[in-house]
Design a protein around this ligand. Structure first.
Ligand code: 3PG
Ligand code: MG
Length: 395
């Protein structure tokens, strides 16, 4: 991959694909981690005298303009972080974008409107995507791929534009890939992976691959109930993906065969319903009452997971252990985060939700070796897949 230094950007229009997909509450950004992570590359380009055109997506507006998915609040925040105004284009690659770009001086920065307002961005049809990529590419002379969180998407701005312009990888993409390499090649052992989050089905590929690599796999969060059910236990009203039971039984067998320590919750907070103030009890994970749902891992499980992490040399963590958005059910996620902070291992927090959880719980980001900006992207990398946005930057 060519790096930023290999591009001569002075006085040239540089299109930067960033991942600025941040959580919003109305127009308020509730976690600006991805914007902050994008600043160094944009600053480096501006300081080198480029005319910087940033493009990004927000949410899933599905190919047409929807005001609640506008990047305008992000432009404002980006400007604050850069310490200079960011010109905001009111469309993606139309007259608005063209006139905004035409007004840029060396060292100035513009942000285009949400890429996913354009149906071509995510189209599965190569020609449709390519046609949109050509409109985007026409705005610039050079391309920098720095949206790590989106490199697993075969989208026009990620995959097709770099084929049309001289390109390089931004510093964020380079840094993220370097970290992920440490999780796949010559990994220091014990190597422990903690997975959580709602759906097992999102993680099938990565689990299958990790079972060939890790020493221990700790499973919490909503997906743990499908594992408990696969062992034949009652899980009450807890999240359950019944159609994944066979797959998960396969994983349990495979772990046993390979000597991977697959660790499931031993106790859970079983609530009467899905609510912030729902009454709950700590119950044995193998005996969840039929009218209850597990919303967090219990105190014994927190200790067990911490013990399994204590002597690790490498840790990757993706997905919350419970419904951390509700204070009463945030304890399991907090306990895992604290175990990572306490350990001497190389610790990587993978992705959107877990990274946001860390910040939301008020934990210091520098307690971890690396907090990735990519959830799906880092999981697909660990799964061993070719990521379109990285492949496109290779040549
Ligand atoms: C993310 O939030 O995971 C990335 O920004 C990619 O977004 P997507 O999952 O909607 O493609
Ligand atoms: Mg996602």
């Amino acid at each position: 991959m060519r790096k930023l230094d290999d591009l001569d950007v002075k006085g040239r229009r540089v299109l930067v694909r960033a991942d600025l997909n941040v959580p919003l509450d109305g127009e308020t950004i509730t976690d600006d981690g991805r914007i902050r992570a994008s600043v160094p590359t944009i600053t480096a380009l501006a300081e080198a005298g480029a005319k910087v055109i940033v493009c990004a997506h927000l949410g899933r507006p599905k190919g047409r303009p929807k005001p609640e998915f506008s990047l305008r609040p992000v432009a404002r925040r980006l400007g604050e972080l850069l310490g200079q105004d960011v010109a905001f284009a009111t469309d993606v690659a139309g007259p608005g974008a063209q006139s905004t770009v035409a007004g840029l001086q060396e060292g100035q920065v513009a942000l285009l409107e949400n890429l996913r307002y354009e149906p071509g961005e995510e189209s599965k049809d190569d020609a449709t995507r390519r046609a949109f990529a050509e409109r985007l590419a026409a705005l610039a002379e050079l391309y920098v791929g720095d949206g790590f969180g989106a490199v697993h998407r075969k989208h026009a701005s990620v995959y097709d534009v770099p084929a049309l312009l001289p390109h390089a990888a931004g510093g964020l993409v380079v840094a993220e890939v370097e970290v992920l390499r440490k999780l796949t090649d010559d990994t220091e052992r014990p190597y422990v992976v903690v997975l959580g989050g709602a759906k097992v089905s999102d993680k099938l590929g990565v689990i299958a691959n990790l079972l060939t690599k890790v020493d221990r796999l700790l499973v919490g969060g909503g997906m743990a109930y499908t594992f408990l059910a696969a062992q034949g236990h009652e899980v009450g009203n807890s999240l359950l993906q019944a159609d994944q039971l066979d797959q998960v039984r396969g994983f349990l067998d495979e772990a046993a065969k390979r000597g991977v320590d697959l660790v499931l919750p031993v106790d859970v907070l079983a609530a009467t319903g899905f609510a912030e103030d729902a009454p709950y009890d700590v119950v044995d994970a193998t005996r969840i009452p039929a009218d209850r749902e597990g919303l967090d891992i219990g105190p014994e499980t927190r200790e067990l997971f911490a013990a399994k992490l204590a002597d690790a040399r490498t840790v990757f963590w993706n997905g919350p252990m419970g419904v951390f958005e509700f204070e009463a059910f945030a304890g399991g996620t907090r306990a895992v985060a604290e175990a990572l902070i306490a350990s001497d291992a190389f610790t990587v927090v993978g992705g959107g939700d877990s990274a946001a959880a860390v910040r939301r719980l008020g934990l210091a980001e520098d307690g971890f070796s690396h907090i990735s900006t990519g959830g799906g992207a880092s999981l697909e990398y660990l799964e061993g897949k070719t990521l379109p946005g990285l492949a496109a930057l290779e040549d």
